[in-house]
Design a protein around this ligand. Structure first.
Ligand SMILES: Nc1nc2c(ncn2[C@@H]2O[C@H](COP(=O)(O)OP(=O)(O)OP(=O)(O)O)[C@@H](O)[C@H]2O)c(=O)[nH]1
Ligand SMILES: [Mg+2]
Ligand SMILES: [Zn+2]
Length: 305
């Protein structure tokens, strides 16, 4: 049976030319149903690629075969580039405290890259069953100085997990991002009972994940909330706009905004600039400096090309 009505849907998965579209509250469907869709041929979507997380209009809805056609794309709020996901409201940077070992420079790169999206950013530390409480508190202290209240998870204790779950149900579309093997899919399987996505132990020899998750997929947590599992990867030194970097470090923007410090030059990069008044005695300053220098060399390289 085909209906002539149009409906709004959410792209939850993408493969080749097909999209899986979740149809919410359509008059003829139950609460939430997924339709296999292609894009309408006559529309030139060339400069308008469709990504997981996009809101789309679908037509030619066939309730029996669960197929339909995407006829237009709604304006998106934002687009994460790697992995490609649209309309994210919250990024949960996820790292394990052990197996694989915590790499602070990687944590920082992930956090700053997430901050540059302009969405709410949180930090999740998994596998806390592998460290002592003393070490866990020390990590919480460290990341508080970085500007984050780390959510520490322990597979054997569920109290922090329950808080996280309640939080996720309040958010629109959250994404777990981090290196391979840190436990992103394990977490997702706990969040959505019944979901049994593949997970794999980290390699004993090199203590790295095995890149188990291959696709980006969006899952429904509650009626209005979605969550995205992503393949793990390591973040490269960033190619970000140098001028925005100081605003992405809370230790810097708090000094500038809350304490009103002023450097001699308005666009001071807080390196060795003359007349710089930034208090540089914070842990991440060396990472900040490294990022500015790497962004600068990128910039000059591109100028020469
Ligand atoms: N000890 C301990 N192991 C955990 C915990 N969470 C996950 N693991 C284990 O870590 C391994 C990797 O977990 P995955 O969920 O596959 O990791 P992932 O982040 O999804 O990895 P990719 O899909 O490769 O990016 C599995 O063997 C899990 O059982 C935890 O809290 N404690
Ligand atoms: Mg995974
Ligand atoms: Zn300065």
């Amino acid at each position: 049976m085909r209906t002539n009505s149009k409906s709004l849907g959410l792209v939850t998965k993408k493969f080749n030319d097909f999209f899986l579209v979740d149809l919410k509250n359509h008059e003829n469907t139950s609460n939430s149903e997924k339709f296999l869709c292609k894009m309408r041929k006559s529309i030139n979507f060339k400069d308008q690629l469709i990504y997981v997380g996009d809101k789309v209009v679908i037509e030619k809805i066939d309730l029996k075969t669960k197929r339909a056609v995407i006829t237009s794309l709604k304006k998106r709020k934002n687009l994460l580039v790697r992995p490609s996901v649209a309309n994210i409201s919250n990024i949960y940077i996820t790292f394990s405290v052990e197996e694989p070992q915590l790499n602070l420079s990687q944590v920082n790169r992930f956090l700053i890259s997430a901050e540059s999206m302009g969405v709410e950013v949180s930090l999740v530390l998994t596998k806390c069953d592998l460290i002592s409480d003393t070490r866990r508190f020390a990590l919480i202290d460290k990341f508080e100085k970085w500007g984050y209240q780390a959510i520490t998870l322990n597979l054997d204790k569920s109290d922090h997990f329950n808080d996280l779950l309640a939080e996720l149900k309040q958010k629109e579309c959250s994404i777990f991002m981090g290196p391979s093997g840190v436990g992103k899919t394990t977490l997702l399987n706990m969040i959505i009972p019944g979901l049994q996505n593949s997970t794999a132990p980290v390699s004993k020899k090199i203590k790295r994940g095995k890149n188990t998750t291959r696709n980006v997929e969006l899952f429904s947590v509650s009626n209005q909330s979605y969550i995205v599992d992503t393949p793990g990867f390591n973040m490269q030194p960033l190619d970000v706009d140098i001028r925005s970097l100081p605003n992405l470090y809370s230790e810097i923007y708090k000094q500038v905004i809350n304490e009103g410090i002023k450097c001699k030059f308005r666009n001071c990069l807080h390196l060795n600039d003359v007349g710089c008044n930034l208090n540089k005695s914070f842990e991440r300053y060396s990472f900040y400096k490294e990022m500015i220098e790497s962004a600068k060399s990128h910039y000059y390289q591109n100028q020469e090309d």
